[in-house]
Unconditional design. Sequence first.
Length: 96
Amino acid sequence: MAKAKCEVKIKDFKWNRGGYAEVMNGGGVQGMLDQKADAAVASANASLPQKYGGDGYGAETIGGKLAKGRLIYAVSKHARASERRHNRLQAIFGGD
């Protein structure tokens, strides 16, 4: 069976870090991140037994070197213990 080799060389390519940060911090991308984070928090809270009351998970905006991101975390003591046992956030995000 024949083997094919494909090579692509890009001369003088440099990342535009300022442009990347501008796009990632723009309203469209940040809105999408807010929607995804809110959906993940809602899903995790829905799967958590509510017999202890209150929200178990929360989300906040964090700043990186180039762009802002979202941090999803267990708020209550019960949610932290449950997260250690059931890995709800890992299941939501499809982690291995």
